[in-house]
Design a protein around this ligand. Structure first.
Ligand code: NAD
Length: 467
């Protein structure tokens, strides 16, 4: 095996020439040589990562503006800052995470030392979606590097500006033996999935999630699946304008194309009409009289999705918004009422700036409504009452729970980020990510001098059977 090194070597020219299968084989070679194992190498890679984010900051903003019309403040808060926080967190805790831990052992085995060490898995594949094409590609990459793996990265073809930028800059900063990037559509992912990886982290919709899971099963490869779903919000009580602001912030950022965005509201008792009115005011407050002219409101990723969203507006009563401009990939921030639970907007994940509000007679009815549906990636409740918070925490199954705030739990690296049931398998962010990309390997070491094991060696006389 090659001697592990702690210096980062880049080779952008050669990286560009490799096919997907060749990239995987190149990174497999890197994993075999354990190039990415040492703490110094991991730190050197994380430092290079840091430089890459600093040097290409403006280009990252431009790419996100081109793909999704994201405002720079939003790109900073929801994409770059999440990656940066994860990076800083990993650097700060790497030594601790990598430390071998001693664990106690049964007395009969003494003298013995028993330890657990986080070991790299080997070569991992990260498949990312288009909606947060920096955050959801690079945040897991940080943790896969921190855990000492070699990584094949597959950004989404549906965010072409960001994907092309990453393809250009990653090989300029990160070691070619430890990180490779492959761009392209489903045919490229299909080719990659023929290869044997030691872990796959996939973020995206359920349909492709199943394809990835099946391909992984054939190779006995463990997976983390970060899927979506319809994230419910229960509005029980509270200051209605501040509820509306916090709801609108989470719903309309990135034009609603956020996996943890509020999908629909269950308004308890009489709160529905007041909330709808407050949301109408907040939309004006945030984006002005015509959100299409606001620099702060994003665009839908492509025309297919614009058409899909327009279709969802065919049922129900539009209380605010409702405008669609296909040529501009624009769908207005929209408040919808008068839909029932079997209308299309309540069947599929909306993934756009349309917020249906359904009224339910009681808080318990809201819990029942949520429990009757697939487990969401996040569930939110707005209330000032501690009893309601407790009942919500106890009563819902969801990847995460948010109380009086939407989406922002993602910004906390100490909180594991992942789904449950239909919204996914496994988690990452911070230590959870490091663990996802590591094996917790036990070692038992018994000295040879004192052979206390002889009490259990055969032949088993009657004295031993009494043990
Ligand atoms: P997408 O279309 O970009 O697909 C994701 C990835 O799968 C891409 O890299 C794509 O190339 C690949 N892919 C597409 N078709 C494939 C095929 N037939 N075979 C193999 N690979 C294929 O993204 P999407 O699925 O539209 O993403 C939106 C969904 O992702 C939503 O459901 C959303 O809730 C979910 N999501 C989840 C999270 C999370 O963290 N849990 C985050 C963002 C989005």
């Amino acid at each position: 095996p090659a001697v592990p090194t702690d210096r980062v070597r880049v080779d952008p020219g050669a990286a560009a020439l490799r096919s997907p299968a060749e990239t995987a084989r190149h990174l497999r070679e890197g994993a075999r040589s354990r190039v990415a194992h040492s703490r110094r190498f991991r730190m050197a890679q994380l430092e290079a990562f840091d430089r890459m984010l600093r040097v290409h900051r403006e280009e990252i903003f431009s790419a996100l503006a081109a793909d999704l019309g994201k405002n720079q403040v939003e790109s900073q808060a929801t994409e770059l800052q999440i990656v940066q926080t994860g990076l800083d967190h990993a650097k700060r805790h790497l030594e601790d995470w990598m430390r071998t831990r001693s664990v106690p052992s049964p007395f009969v085995l003494a003298p013995v030392t028993t330890t657990v060490t986080a070991r790299p898995l080997g070569m991992v594949l990260i498949i990312a979606p288009w909606n947060y094409p920096i955050n959801l590609t690079l945040a897991p990459l940080v943790e896969a590097i921190a855990a000492g793996n070699t990584v094949v990265l597959k950004p989404s073809e549906l965010a072409p500006a960001t994907s092309a930028l990453l393809e250009r800059i990653i090989p300029q900063f990160l070691d070619h033996r430890a990180v490779g990037i492959v761009t392209g559509g489903p045919e490229v992912t299909t080719e990659l999935l023929q290869e044997k990886f030691d872990h796959i982290l996939y973020t995206g919709g359920e349909r492709v999630g199943r394809i990835v899971y099946e391909a992984a099963a054939r190779q006995l490869t463990p997976v983390t699946l970060e899927l979506g779903g319809k994230c419910p919000v229960v509005v029980n009580d509270g200051d209605i304008m501040s509820v509306a602001r916090r709801l609108a912030y989470g719903k309309f950022m990135n034009a609603g194309q956020t996996c943890v965005a509020p999908d629909y509201v269950l308004a308890v008792g009489e709160t529905g009409p007041r909330l709808a009115k407050a949301l109408g005011k907040v939309i004006k407050e945030f984006y002005g009289a015509n959100p299409q002219e606001s620099k702060d409101f994003g665009r839908i990723i492509n025309v297919n999705h614009v058409q899909r969203l327009a279709g969802l507006l065919e049922e129900g009563t539009i209380l605010a918004g409702g405008q669609v401009d296909e040529a501009d990939r624009y769908v207005a921030p929209t408040i919808l009422t008068g839909v029932d639970s079997d209308s299309p907007v309540m069947q599929e994940e909306i993934f756009g700036p349309i917020l249906p509000i359904l009224s339910v007679p009681s808080f318990d009815d809201a819990l029942r409504f949520i429990g009757d549906r697939p487990d969401p990636l996040a569930a939110y409740v707005f209330t000032e009452r501690s009893g309601v918070i407790r009942a919500f925490e106890e009563g819902v199954r969801a990847g995460a729970v948010g109380v009086n705030a939407t989406n922002i739990h993602l910004a906390v690296p100490e909180l594991p980020f992942g789904g449950v049931g239909a919204s996914g398998i496994g988690a990452y962010h911070g230590k959870a990510g490091f663990d996802t990309f590591s094996q917790q390997r036990p070692t038992l070491n018994k000295g040879t001098r004192l052979d206390t094991l002889k009490v259990v060696y055969p032949p088993y006389g009657s004295a031993k059977s009494a043990l």
